[in-house]
Design a protein. Structure first.
Lengths: 369, 307
């Protein structure tokens, strides 16, 4: 960290003295831009609802009730947000190094499958042992899969977007092959699944707080990743790589190793997301694991500008929208895809708002002279 | 002898399956090829495909004419692709992330408006019987080909010619290959990319129309199995050449048809692995060509995934 300050202080781009409010203005810019974009998306969506003869006020009211109105809806929201916290990290960590990894979905399903398979011989032992083994297997599998993307990028110069996309298809095919083949429970007729891990080994809600077990795991992972990125020298090296890879190489930073590490760590998070889905929700690995968490995670990571702390509110916001879907369907007679339309508008709007960064003079650093 | 017969059956079923399922791959991949040649990637074509399928089915149901459905699907693709193209023209907007946003928005809009059209049956596109001379019902069935397939091949050939021999095609290639050269020549970079993205998505929309109006030939929410996203891999495989896109689509289609055809002769193993085979090949192609030093041959220089 000390070297970071030293470099920053000697850099001529950084305003010397004088500009004491810059840090504050930069934070304000980072908060205002997405909020304005969110507002724009909501206005656009209101027009969409008005055109269909529905009341936007009722909609907002229902989303509020369905997502955050009661303890029950909060729980529902957090349950949906939990896997998103982890899958977003799978994009945010490599994102800090300037890579766009879009294959998190495969890490989720393969992580969930590996965790289930590892748990199967142990179902009659201690649940704590089962969970530990599942977490190691799931995170390890995820790390392996996304780490492979990182390896291809770092050592063989294969573009990570295409590599992760192609590997995602291969991973999901391998998953289907195993679930419908070797590991299939013959009793699962309509929906091929593996054998279950047993009711005794299911993760319950967190005691006292009664929230989904993925929430503490996800929050801890986000905080740890934030510390790693912004408060350690490895994280600093990663951010230098992301800022200017040539500079990082000239400095003698181990760029390939950093890339593989960031990808593997992100993959471990996504694998953990799959593990928790199995241990807390499904009890077995099946096609329900491929619920699109990997893809939503990509967008949350971009909305959070790859900052792990910003991932948390974004994941809760999108989890809340998802949780309100059922209520909207019952009360307003809107199809359940309504939420998806709103989500799409929010994503497009916030991603487009990236363009206003640095355009408004007031937010920019001011020279002292 | 039995083995040879079985092999023939599998081969025939694969050919038929390939002819049947390759059309959406073909349209989305030449659309994606056009967009990428201008230096931009569009992962949103998955959303365009689903929206195109819904719009085509709904239009065919309301007007009674499947061909107007195809046109409507192309128009829907034009609009959604235009949105992607317009937003990506803004500085600092990431085209990969934007594509995924468009993918979610497109499927969301399609599911929202498509709800009432899941039940009713719309008039579908007619097939062209290529085996009218044959007595075998199996062969006749296998060689009943959708007119969109031929349209797609014609479009691919036309696009190849367009890139090679027309002023407009050359301009798209310049914009896609070197922004500096395009600037020096005074070419309108943003407008070119916007138009290429919109036109590419219009083609992808026609691919969607095939799904709902020919095969499988109905509208439901699980219609697309990700052909829109796969098209990105397919274009890499085809090395950004529209003619190669035809072969690549047939190959990807055949790989998808291999599992079901093996099932007809009693082999039930490896269904999904055969399906994934083209992706493994794509990955190998990527690795081999990356080892040769730098970017892939044929890859547009300004493509964000190439840097």
């Amino acid at each position: 960290m000390s070297e970071a300050t030293a470099i920053a202080a000697s850099s001529p781009a950084r305003p010397a003295g004088g500009d004491t409010t810059y840090k504050f203005r930069r934070l304000l810019e980072a908060l205002l831009a997405p909020l304005l974009a969110l507002l724009a998306a909501v206005i656009l969506f209101s027009i969409f609802l008005l055109a269909l003869g529905q009341s936007p006020a009722d909609f907002v009211d229902l989303v509020w009730t369905g997502a955050f109105g009661s303890w029950f809806s909060w729980r529902n929201t957090l349950q949906r947000a939990a896997p998103l916290l982890l899958t977003s990290l799978c994009v945010a960590l490599p994102g800090q190094l300037g890579l766009v990894v879009i294959g998190g979905e495969a890490a989720v399903v393969l992580g969930g499958l590996a965790a289930t398979i590892a748990a199967l011989p142990l179902v009659h032992t201690n649940p704590l042992l089962v969970w530990t083994v599942m977490a190691i297997a799931g995170a390890g599998m995820g790390a392996l899969w996304i780490g492979l993307t990182g390896f291809l990028r770092a050592r063989l110069a294969v573009n990570e977007v295409i590599a992760s996309l192609v590997l995602a298809y291969i991973g999901i095919a391998v998953f289907n092959h195993l679930v419908e083949g070797v590991f299939r429970d013959p009793a699962s007729l309509n929906k091929p699944s593996t054998y279950g891990i047993g009711d005794a080994n299911m993760l319950g809600n967190v005691p006292w707080f009664d929230v989904h077990p993925g929430i503490p795991v996800g929050v801890i992972a986000c905080v740890l990743c934030w510390v790693l990125i912004y408060r350690t020298s490895i994280g600093f090296a990663g951010r230098v790589t992301g800022g200017n890879i040539r500079a990082a190489q000239l400095q003698g930073l181990p760029v390939p190793r950093l890339i593989v590490m960031a990808c593997a760590l992100g993959g471990a998070c996504a694998g953990l997301a799959g593990t928790i889905e199995v241990a807390a929700e499904l009890g077995r690995a099946n096609a329900s694991l491929a619920a699109g968490y990997g893809y939503t995670g990509i967008l949350i990571a971009f909305l959070a500008r790859f900052n792990p702390l910003a991932i948390m509110p974004m994941a809760v916001l999108l989890g809340g929208l998802g949780a309100a879907g059922g209520l909207l369907q019952r009360r307003m007679g809107l199809p359940d895809a309504t939420v998806q339309v709103l989500q799409g508008m929010i994503f497009v709007s916030i991603l487009a708002s990236d363009t206003i960064y640095g355009r408004i003079r007031w937010f920019q650093p001011r020279g002292s002279g | 002898m039995a083995d040879v017969a079985a092999l023939g059956t599998v081969g025939g079923a694969m050919l038929a399956g390939s002819l049947r399922v390759s059309t959406p791959f073909l349209f989305v991949s030449i659309g994606e090829c056009l967009t990428e040649k201008s230096g931009r990637i569009n992962l949103g074509n998955e959303g365009v495909l689903v929206l195109g399928a819904m719009v085509a089915y709904a239009t065919s149901y309301e007007t009674g004419s499947p061909w107007s459905g195809v046109l409507a699907a192309a128009a829907a693709g034009l609009v959604l692709g235009g949105l992607h193209g317009a937003v990506c023209s803004l500085a600092r907007v990431n085209d990969v992330a934007m594509g995924i946003a468009i993918m979610l928005a497109g499927t969301g809009i399609a599911f929202f408006f498509g709800k009432p059209y899941i039940q009713p049956s719309a008039p579908l596109l007619p097939g062209i019987p290529l085996a009218w001379w044959s007595q075998s019902a199996q062969l006749r069935n296998a060689l009943l080909v959708c007119p969109l397939f031929f349209l797609g091949i014609a479009a691919a050939v036309a696009m190849h010619w367009f890139f090679r021999a027309t002023r407009m095609g050359l301009r798209i290639r310049i914009v896609g290959d070197s922004q500096d050269a395009a600037l020096a020549l005074g070419l309108p970079i943003d407008r070119t990319r916007f138009l290429a993205t919109a036109a590419g998505s219009a083609l992808a929309g026609i691919g969607g129309a095939f799904l709902s109006l020919y095969y499988p030939g109905s509208w439901n929410e699980g219609l697309s199995s990700g052909q829109g996203l796969m098209a990105v891999a397919l274009v890499v495989f085809a090395r950004w050449n529209p003619i190669n896109c035809i072969y690549a689509s047939l190959l990807f289609g055949a790989a998808g048809a291999l599992g079901p055809s093996l099932q007809t002769v009693g082999v039930t193993w490896g269904y999904y692995l055969f399906y994934a085979a083209p992706y493994v090949v794509t990955l190998i192609v990527l690795i081999i060509s990356a080892r040769g030093g730098g970017s892939l041959r044929g890859m547009p220089g300004q493509l964000s995934i190439g840097r």
